[in-house]
Design a binder for this molecule. Structure first.
Ligand code: SF4
Length: 251
């Protein structure tokens, strides 16, 4: 079998970045421009190793990065910053949002007692591996799941992440489970390394899961920060397109 198993990596990462109801974060809040303004925490720990990942230390050095925080500490910091910037959306990003279910569920309970909407950023590995997870999320009303799909087919996914190719199917299963459980969600696909045919294929695949997914589909392009560019070059990966100053540039 070529590649690592993201589900096994999930267990390994959780043993590093989760401690009871606490999870590791590198930063508790920062304002982001996404969706007209979001306040986001920087989590530590991911179950993929995307070669284009901008996150760096939170993903590649989870052991030595960040500190443990309770859900209340995270919520309070997000709340304080969101109030300052007038944001209605809060999130955690730069790693995988589903690690540490106890922490996540307690955080979502706090969000449900507020007027915020929490954007759960995920690559879909854990949610696609366990249908019950989506059902557990269905009790939270102030939740939206943003499912990030890496590439447009199994081979491209493996090339981008080094994970076992079949794991590419997990986010599609996750979307189906979430839709069945009536959890608000949308998909985004990393297309910087894809061609038009591949993009069409992934659109067809999403249409089969649910036609509505195409309406809210986001196509992601890498931002070539110096560390990202260096990692891509080391791995012999060349993007076909990048994001530069808010625009897509075809190379
Ligand atoms: S899933 Fe996201 S956070 Fe994790 S390695 Fe890939 S790009 Fe980075």
């Amino acid at each position: 079998m070529k590649g690592y198993d993201p589900i096994r990596l999930t267990e390994k990462m959780e043993s590093i970045v989760v401690d009871g109801n606490k999870r590791k974060y590198a930063k508790l809040s920062r304002p982001l421009r996404f969706y007209g303004g979001t306040t986001s925490a920087v989590e530590v720990g991911c179950n993929l190793r995307c070669k284009f990942c901008f996150s760096d230390k939170p993903v590649f050095k989870p052991q030595s990065t960040g500190k443990f925080y309770t859900p209340q500490q995270v919520f309070d910091a997000l709340d304080k910053s969101a109030k300052r910037y007038g944001h209605k959306l809060i999130s955690a990003s730069a790693s995988e949002g589903t690690l540490g279910r106890e922490h996540l569920f307690e955080l979502l309970e706090l969000v449900d007692q507020s007027d915020y909407v929490y954007i759960l950023e995920t690559n879909g590995m854990t949610l696609g591996n366990d249908e019950v997870f989506a059902q557990q999320l269905s009790r939270f009303k102030n939740l939206h799941v943003r499912m990030s799909i890496k590439g447009t087919n199994e081979d491209e996914f493996h090339e981008l992440t080094s994970a076992i190719p079949s794991s590419y199917q997990l986010p599609f299963k996750a979307l189906k489970y979430l839709i069945d459980a009536k959890v608000s969600c949308n998909a985004c696909v990393m297309v910087s390394f894809s061609d038009e045919e591949g993009i069409q294929q992934v659109e067809d695949k999403l249409y089969k899961v649910h036609p509505g997914l195409l309406k809210s589909l986001e196509k992601e392009h890498i931002t070539p920060f110096p560390k990202v560019a260096k990692r891509l070059a080391k791995n012999g990966l060349k993007p076909n397109s990048i994001a530069f100053k808010g625009k897509v540039v075809n190379l």
